[in-house]
Design a protein around this ligand. Structure first.
Ligand code: 3PG
Ligand code: MG
Length: 398
């Protein structure tokens, strides 16, 4: 690994600016899923145990460079205090005299959160002056926000060039898990790529065909592949204008010796709603007035066989309309099988991306995966083979 960890840093008595991603879902003024908050606890505790004074930098939502009261990080304080088991103080700006005074007043063992960095236009513009205003608040920079590392912002990229920098524990864990899954995997290496659209995952598929042994394609995007092979997919979600792109992926996969696993049979319905009357038909026989909402039992069995033969699995995107039962069946069955192979020590399984984690959680299998990333966009960009600016900036600081 080309970046330093907290182990390499002298933090005693120092103000440590820790960039975290606590961009969590909130409803009615309360955090509804504290996963991202819980995952930064090891970093904050390690900074404290090394005598450092943690000051958390974070964004929340997309306020576009000006203060938006509903996007104040204040809403995260109770969840942060619960996760850290201590009181957390707050400064209502992330630069200037407010945070300086709050840092001076920080008690031994205290943790300070600074207001949303995106309240300033300099954050997303990666403005050097703004980065300098952030950097002058502390002595060490620790980036624990893998899930924001695809953004070249002042608090994720610019600041790393101005202070001695390291990766936090969550950043470390994310990078190690991804490395294990894609850079030096045990083979066969299988990817599951699902979700609605080919267009959003084109680069991902392009990168994976040359890296993995098999790709299980599911969700709406499987329909685009079926249609590109000349299959009538009826009223299914399908990007007909992506047919050429889909055919190119199929040709690239074939040339690279990567097998694309498409549905053999599908579950079709006439309405997109929970418990809509449905039937199982061969993938080539979707009735013209019906839509494909899930993979069928023969497909599930095929996916199970593919998983059984795999040693490493990377998963992004659901296999069907998992949010409306019973069209969660294929996603659930595949997730449970991946979980049980992982438990048995036969598979390294890594999953990530917004919907993916929700889908795995709903099947109760996320906990058995080797690693579940907290990242959405950053996980995808990493799988696409892109350099993440937030990670690259840490690598330069050697
Ligand atoms: C996320 O929720 O995916 C990260 O916090 C990044 O947020 P962004 O997409 O607004 O940059
Ligand atoms: Mg995002």
């Amino acid at each position: 690994m080309a970046w330093k960890t907290l182990d390499a840093m002298d933090l005693d008595g120092k103000v440590v600016l820790a960039r975290v991603d606590i961009n969590v879902p909130v409803e009615g003024g309360r955090v509804t899923d504290a996963t991202r908050i819980e995952r930064i606890v090891p970093t904050v505790k390690d900074i404290l145990s090394k005598g450092g004074r943690p000051v958390l930098l974070a964004h929340f939502g997309r306020p576009k460079g000006k203060p938006v009261p509903e996007m104040s990080l204040k809403v995260t304080l109770p969840a942060l205090e619960a996760a850290l088991g201590r009181s957390v103080s707050f400064a209502s700006d992330c630069v200037g005299s407010g945070p300086k005074d709050a840092i001076a007043a920080l008690s031994e063992g205290g943790v300070l959160v600074l207001e949303n960095t995106r309240f300033h236009p300099g954050e997303e513009a990666n403005d050097p002056d703004f980065a300098r205003s952030l950097a002058e608040l502390g002595e060490v920079y620790c980036n624990d926000a893998f899930s924001a590392a695809h953004r070249a912002h002042a608090s994720t990229e610019g600041i790393a060039k101005l202070l001695p920098s390291c990766a936090g524990r969550l950043m470390e864990a994310e990078l190690r898990a991804l490395e294990k899954a894609l850079t030096s995997p045990k083979r066969p290496l299988v990817a599951v790529v699902g979700g609605a659209k080919v267009s959003t995952k084109l680069e991902l598929l392009g990168n994976l065909t040359s890296k993995v042994d098999r790709i299980v394609i599911g969700g709406g995007m499987a329909n685009t592949f079926l249609a590109a092979q000349g299959v009538d997919v009826g009223k299914s979600l399908c990007e007909h204008d992506m047919a050429d792109a889909a055919r190119k992926i199929m040709a690239d996969a074939e040339a690279a010796g990567c097998e694309l696993v498409l549905p053999l049979d599908v579950v079709v319905a006439r309405e997109f709603k929970a418990d809509a009357p449905h039937e199982i038909v061969p993938a080539s026989a979707c009735p013209p007035d019906a839509m494909i909402l899930d993979a069928g039992p023969a497909s599930i069995a095929r996916i199970a066989a593919v998983f059984s033969g795999a040693r490493t699995l990377v998963w992004n995107g659901p296999l069907g309309a998992f949010e409306i039962p019973p069209f969660n069946a294929a996603t659930d069955a595949a997730a449970r099988q991946a979980a049980s192979l992982t438990r048995a020590g036969r598979l390294v399984s890594v999953a990530g991306g917004g919907d993916t984690v929700a889908a795995l959680n709903s099947s109760g299998s996320a906990e058995d995966f080797s690693y579940v990333s907290t990242a959405g966009g950053a996980f995808l960009e990493w799988l696409e083979g892109k350099t993440l600016p937030g990670v690259a900036a840490l690598e330069q600081d050697r």
